[in-house]
Design a protein around this ligand. Sequence first.
Ligand code: NAI
Length: 288
Amino acid sequence: MEIRRAGIVGGGLMGSGIAEVCARHGLRVRLVEASPELAGAARGRVERSMARALERGKMSEAERDAALASIEWSTDVADLGDADLVIEAIPERLDLKRDLFARIDAVAPESAVLATNTSSIPVIDIARATRHPERVLGTHFFNPAPVMRLLELVRTVLTSDATLETAREFGERIGKRVIVAQDRAGFIVNLLLAPYLNGAVRLYEAGLASREDIDAGMRLGCNHPMGPLELLDHIGLDTHMAVCAALHEEYANPDHAAPPLLRRMVAAGLLGRKSGRGFYDYRESRGS
Ligand code: NAI
């Protein structure tokens, strides 16, 4: 089934980016937020992001206008009655997501695919809140969604082949490289990334090297665009810690357990770029 109309629920960091990338690839989008003020904030995020794309020559003014015009802003899930695909991007809480999926299930067409952008909740736990879990899967986008080329699809033990294929075609249509993972904590990318990042924190905590040398080692020695501590500051230390918790619960592997320094930094509010300070200081010049 071809996806023409996408409903996005939650227009925060991820939802606004997903709405933008869908609109820029010719889909009709309806974005549902929790209140008119929050819908306005989501619209502001999309407009600012498109303004940056315009500045960088990634889109023309006419494309920007067409993309913005194809997004409708709503505060009512009942408006998703004509969606071919609904993507949920509300906060990472199972109770909220289950409640929302039950409501989406009641209004979306029988043929619609229902997707969650969760990064750490088992997709099957969300799917079971609907009457047709075979039409539910995970669409795990990366931040910023309009820029990052990867889309991880997550199939549960109940996801149908047709649902997966529809989602794959959708992902390719919006310009993503689609990869498919089973419904296990961490999917592919976080499962590989988390022990690596934890290893870097442990190395730094043990005093084996300076943060600059750890980062330079991986940037210059492995050609990574960012070293692991820089990458942690970019992801957000709290976000990484939540991923570690989900992985550790799933696999009970000590490599996934958040190192003590990471826990203390999160407790101290040193969350990385978003809080102004993490392994590096972003408040004035870097590297204080
Ligand atoms: P966020 O907090 O920036 O955005 C969540 C939005 O959902 C808020 O704007 C909020 O007003 C809205 N919302 C809450 N309840 C709602 C409801 N009932 N109806 C409509 N809107 C509602 O969160 P973020 O970072 O965008 O994360 C969303 C999801 O994406 C989470 O499941 C997260 O784990 C996942 N994710 C996050 C990534 C990241 O880098 N932040 C990366 C990949 C996945």
